[in-house]
Design a protein around this ligand. Structure first.
Ligand code: SF4
Length: 357
């Protein structure tokens, strides 16, 4: 590694904050060279997480019908996106899907509800479901349910909830251009309530909503200030019918640079490659495992993603290991595999057709 990249890695290991000029140089495609930058970000990643990859599986347990106006979200009141809307799923279904997540190798099962925030009655119902999952399965449970206060956070903490997600999404100054029905501070308050009651906060962002480099740096710094241990990094999926469509400026390299910046500012956090991984990182998806140590399998809230088998193949081929859980036997860990897979034909070797003359 060149000296400047070595210095970046050293500073990150020492928990020293990179200055704004360095962050901008990392984010600019006219700035740092990508490969040594990824290697520099890998140094803290490797120190805190080795070569392991944590796998999360989302369950959108309540979809649509939201009175809020988050412009990037297909479930908001201002979106005309064609999505299936449904109230909270029956508990039996949520429990079955938790078991499926555990058997598929997920370390964490993330239940997500649309809406501004749940009533205390709904929180009590969720608490009961969380207890059942925790008793039955070797999987951590996360919840994303909108804005919550102390009373609700206390109920969820008592039920054994491992993490409460509420994304900051962008910087405080950019926030009014993506949402007007609640504020950046409302979101911060939810994270603080979780922390006060002993539930780990999880909070991240969406890259590609017309923000500047300064906005990206600001939200990364805020997550550091809040000592958020889990940071999902989404890349905007421009869904037809949503008010926020982004500038279309994202490409695999800009996504990797954003992940590197997030890792260097938050060296100890679980950095998760989230929505938009497949569509924006495309052929460079495996390189994202150098700064990031976590990802989702099998899709996101309203969009599909790669299947677990494909994602696991990418992880193994890049030399990383799936963290999994005690129900999941990854008997292919570190396996040196070779062979050729014919794509588009389910593995069948296509033979030239012989025509009768
Ligand atoms: S992000 Fe959440 S609060 Fe905002 S519109 Fe979507 S479901 Fe509603």
């Amino acid at each position: 590694m060149f000296k400047v990249y070595e210095e970046i890695a050293r500073a990150s290991l020492a928990d020293e904050l990179p200055d704004r000029k360095t962050c901008k140089w990392i984010l600019s495609d006219q700035g740092a060279d990508l490969l040594p930058l990824l290697q520099a970000a890998y140094v803290p990643r490797e120190k805190y997480f080795g070569r392991s990859v944590m796998v999360h599986l989302l369950n959108n347990i309540q979809n649509g019908l939201c009175p809020e106006d988050c412009g990037y979200c297909a479930q908001s009141k201002n979106s005309s996106a064609n999505i299936r809307k449904y109230p909270i799923k029956p508990e039996e279904e949520i429990l079955e899907e938790a078991e499926r997540a555990a058997r598929a190798g997920a370390t964490r099962y993330c239940m997500v509800l649309s809406g501004r925030g749940p009533s205390t009655r709904t929180v009590r119902k969720l608490a009961s479901t969380i207890k059942k999952v925790k008793q039955a399965l070797p999987i951590e449970v996360c919840l994303s349910a909108g804005l919550l206060g102390d009373e609700q956070a206390a109920i969820l903490a008592e039920a054994g909830l491992d993490r409460l997600n509420h994304n900051l999404n962008t910087s405080e100054s950019h926030y009014p251009s993506i949402c007007s029905t609640h504020t950046f501070q409302d979101r911060v308050n939810t994270l603080l309530a979780a922390r006060r009651h002993g539930v780990e906060p999880c909070s991240g962002l969406i890259v590609g909503m017309g923000e500047t480099s300064d906005d990206l740096i600001d939200v990364a710094l805020k997550l550091r200030e809040l000592e958020v241990p889990s940071i999902p990094v989404n890349f905007l999926i421009p869904i037809e019918g949503n008010p926020v469509q982004g500038s279309g400026a994202l490409n695999p390299e800009s996504c990797l640079r954003a992940l590197v910046m997030l890792r260097l500012i938050n060296p100890r956090a679980e950095i998760r490659i989230s929505a938009g991984r497949e569509g924006h990182l495309r052929g460079l998806g495996a390189l994202a495992l150098w700064p990031a140590n976590s990802l989702f399998i099998e899709g996101y809230l309203t969009t599909k993603g790669d299947a677990a088998t494909e994602t696991y193949e990418m992880i193994r081929d890049a030399g990383f290991e799936i963290e999994g859980n005690s129900l999941f036997k990854d008997d292919r860990t570190n396996e040196k595999r070779s062979g050729f897979r014919v794509s588009g034909s389910d593995g069948e070797i296509l033979k030239p057709e012989i025509r009768a003359s």
